[in-house]
Design a protein around this ligand. Structure first.
Ligand code: KG4
Ligand code: ZN
Length: 354
């Protein structure tokens, strides 16, 4: 059995975890920087890098202590080396290099998106949930990324983008709409909660973005602007009106994500579906995707919410898979801002209804 120490610092979470290659999580420490960035309404890259620098050693120490292992007992050190904020990535990468060098352990570089897509393989607290089966359609929806992948295996070379956002990520849209509604940062979880009390039909009507029948591409910046226009015309008055606006926005987002994911499964003739990324915590998305998959006789694998948001357990697991394949990197490895999963979707303005 292989045991890997994973380190994650690509955005605003400083995280370290110890995970076995069967997916069992021995420890998982996440220190969120949300409070540090909240006054700015979003992640400030330089502040993120400085905060990672403060947190990284205590977080790694805690992860090793909670797993009951010392550095000498792990088989490899895995670290997110792409994609992400470069200053933030540098902190995790340099820490991982120092640890691997000092303890004479192999170093593995993990793509953050591959980590998210493998997150449903994690097993925690003795809970046994069925392992995803390959091939699967992976809907990865987070604050920085939104795309649909066909995954034929756990290696990045077996993961193919079928469609991605042309502009904003879904989580970014949740956060921007949250800001417009004065709900603080990050807006996603608050919108999710308020929408439960809201009635989407009592609020404004929004057109689903990129609704063209063939497209697997996504676009959320137009939707965000549409919400901004509606709010400028008539600002919601009172808690109920805000909840109704949240419900209207969330419904159109979930409609889009469910439709496109099912379209991908049908087109690729793939019977398994995986949700990943922070937005996969969304209650309505989880419920509606489960209903739709059941209706179409697709098997849905939903990671626990704790596995959806950024964490190092998914990085350690993806690292263990790579380590098993002999894919270690040298100490000259440098982080990169973009993913290794090839993009097929052009960035830029989404065509209207195309
Ligand atoms: O995966 P993640 O932790 O970080 C990135 O890699 O980006 O995702 C964070 C994003 C944020 O935009 C946050 O608002 C969103 O996930 N999010 C949610 C929910 N929980 C987190 N969005 C909608 N509903 C939620 N319950
Ligand atoms: Zn992420």
């Amino acid at each position: 059995m292989t045991t890997v120490l994973g380190i994650e610092s690509s955005c605003d979470e400083t995280a370290a975890a110890v995970v076995r290659d069967d997916g069992v999580v021995l420890s998982d420490v996440v220190r969120s920087q949300i409070a540090v960035h909240a006054p700015f309404g979003g992640v400030v890259p330089e502040i993120a890098a400085r905060d990672h620098l403060r947190a990284i050693v205590p977080v790694v120490e805690q992860a090793l202590a909670e797993a009951g292992v010392c550095l000498e007992q792990v088989d490899a050190v895995a670290v997110t080396h792409r994609p992400g904020l470069i200053g933030a990535l540098l902190v995790g990468v340099q820490a991982a290099k120092g640890l691997a060098w000092a303890a004479n352990k192999p170093l593995v570089g993990v793509d953050h998106l591959v980590g998210h897509l493998l997150s449903p393989f994690l097993k925690r607290d003795g809970l046994v949930s069925p392992e995803p089966l390959f091939p699967f359609i992976g809907l990865l929806v987070s604050g920085g990324h939104s795309a649909i992948y066909r995954c034929d295996g756990p290696d990045a070379a077996e993961m193919h983008e079928l469609g991605a956002t042309r502009d904003d990520a879904v989580g970014e849209a949740f956060d921007k709409v949250g800001k417009l509604l004065g709900l603080g940062y990050p807006g996603g979880p608050v919108i999710d909660r308020l929408a439960q009390q809201g009635d989407p039909d009592r609020s404004f009507t929004l057109t689903p973005p990129m609704a063209h029948k063939d497209s697997l591409e996504l676009s959320f910046s137009g939707l965000k602007s549409a919400v901004a226009r509606q709010l400028a015309l008539k600002a919601p008055e009172g808690e109920q009106a805000v909840a109704d606006a949240c419900a209207a926005f969330q419904r159109v987002v979930v409609d889009t994500l469910v439709t496109k994911t099912l379209r991908a499964a049908r087109r690729e003739r793939v019977p398994n579906v995986v949700l990943a990324g922070g937005v996969a915590c969304n209650g309505e998305l989880r419920r509606r995707m489960a209903e739709a998959c059941e209706h179409r006789q697709l098997r849905l694998f939903l990671p626990a919410p704790r596995n959806c948001t950024d964490n190092a357990a998914m990085i350690a697991y993806a690292g263990a898979v790579k380590f098993r394949m002999g894919r270690v990197v040298g100490f000259d490895m440098a982080p990169l801002t973009h993913t290794e999963l090839p993009r097929v979707t052009r960035k830029g303005r989404g065509l209207r209804d195309a």
